[in-house]
Design a protein around this ligand. Structure first.
Ligand code: PMP
Length: 441
């Protein structure tokens, strides 16, 4: 387990060297958002674990921002990607290559039967979100879009415009025609528990804030940066019915919740009994290799057939080779089932922890997309952001990598690689227990 370097190019691994270079050469926004007080330098990863430059081992409870689905450095993904790098690193879509073509077929095959699905490859989530918005507007000829108030869909111009959390939007004019409706957050949503009052908000928004004709609505089935907010059963189906009645398309953002993460289904929308028109995927599909896609019905995608829509690195064979290996490993290692059982056990243990620490106001999530929300007072649900930061710093000392999220920064997200083992659950809980106990003292 000794630290090692693969590259033949000399590199300075000193903390000071890395910090100084980042501070001097990264843009302010790229260097600013770091979770911990002291820099955490990650040197390597394997499965559900990562090691820092001092060779300290951590459980990666964040799956490197949910990008790691089948596990860090999974040998099958490494082999597929590295063989493809060596053979042909890029093939522009002007030419033909079997790997992306076959991967497109396999990806389309993960979608509900009875529809013809086509794939448009991108390199990231936000790029795919932009494309989904463009598709919805092109196909319907309408402009108005609905999105949820505590949503996050990415940092590009279009994706920011449908991102509801103010902290992720820049104070410049965004794409017009977007109306935000309250998210049906069952813990702290404006209408409390239930679905109907939130669906009424959609009726009201369509009637009062739009032209009455929609381009579409975009929903994350489990909101990620919103603080791991699972959308309750009945809401997406009810919302989509209303959106379709207003002429709009139904867009699902599976960037965080897809690829078996929720344990219930490969794509989490499948648990809601809906068939979207457009699905946006990224993160877990590439297991850390930049890869995103829009998967849409042929009918929707074909509307733009006569338009130029070219992403230079779209359908990159290395990324697609990795994507193919991810699909294969998911199946063969039964990682969706693992997410369900191990996630279920982790959740049960977190509920126990909640019994002992009143600061834990809520435990929620699906599969291996879980979170705890910290509050100063369970009755008022007053958020506890400073306390969350303190617990969070402690979890790092105890060998966990996680992240804080939610509009109040009082949610600790747990979204590890889907290969997290049952044996890790005790470890994770011991480490949380020690972290909470240290803060309680
Ligand atoms: N949608 C969701 C739900 C996301 O969480 C993210 C990224 N965190 C995006 C879209 C954008 O993806 P990317 O950062 O790859 O552009």
């Amino acid at each position: 387990n000794a630290p090692h370097t693969h590259s033949s190019l000399a590199i300075d691994w000193s903390t000071q060297g890395i910090v100084d270079r980042r501070n001097r050469f990264y843009s302010a926004s790229q260097r600013k958002f770091v979770p911990y007080k002291d820099p955490l330098i990650i040197k390597r990863g394997r499965g559900q674990y990562v090691w820092d430059e001092q060779d300290r081992k951590y459980i990666d409870l964040l799956g490197m921002n949910l990008c790691i689905s089948v596990g860090h450095a999974h040998p099958r993904v490494v082999k597929a990607a590295s063989e493809q790098v060596a053979e042909l690193t890029h093939c522009t879509t002007m030419f033909y290559h079997p790997v992306p073509a076959q991967y497109a077929e396999e990806l389309a095959g993960t979608m509900p039967a009875g529809h013809e699905w086509v794939v448009h490859f991108t390199n990231s989530g936000a790029e795919a979100i932009d494309l989904a918005l463009l598709m919805a507007r092109s196909h319907t000829g309408n402009i108005d879009m609905l999105a949820l108030a505590s949503s996050y869909h990415g940092a590009t111009f279009g994706a920011q415009s449908v991102t509801g959390i103010a902290g992720f939007r820049h104070s410049v004019p965004q794409l017009g025609g977007v109306t935000f409706v309250p998210e049906p957050n069952q813990y702290r949503g404006i209408h409390g528990e239930g679905v109907e009052p939130y669906l009424k908000e959609i009726d009201r928004a369509i009637a009062t804030s739009t032209s009455g004709r929609l381009a579409g609505m975009i929903v994350e089935p489990v909101q990620g940066y919103g603080g791991i907010v699972p959308i309750p059963e009945g809401y997406i189906a009810g919302a989509f019915e209303r959106v379709r009645a207003a002429g709009g398309l139904c867009i699902i953002d599976e960037v965080q919740s897809g690829v078996g993460r929720t344990g219930e289904a490969f794509w989490s929308f499948e648990s809601h009994g809906v068939v979207p028109d457009i699905v946006v995927v990224a993160k877990g599909v590439g297991n850390g290799i930049p890869l995103g896609a829009v998967i849409a019905t042929r009918e929707v995608a074909e509307t733009m057939a006569d338009k130029f829509l070219f992403h230079t690195y779209g359908a990159n064979p290395v990324a697609c080779a990795a994507g193919r290996a991810v699909l294969k490993v998911m199946r063969e290692e039964r990682l969706q089932e693992n997410a369900r059982t191990v996630g279920g056990a982790l959740r049960t243990r977190l509920e126990d922890l909640k019994e002992r620490y009143p600061i834990i106001g809520d435990v929620r999530g699906r599969g291996l997309m879980l979170a705890i929300e910290l509050v100063r007072n369970r009755a008022t649900k007053e958020p506890a952001p400073e306390e969350t930061l303190a617990v969070f710093e402690e979890t790092r000392r105890n060998g966990l990598v996680a992240s804080r999220s939610g509009p109040y920064r009082n949610v600790i997200r747990m979204c590890p690689p889907l290969c997290l083992a049952m044996a890790d659950v005790d470890d994770v809980l011991d480490r949380f227990e020690r972290s909470f106990a240290a803060i309680a003292r």
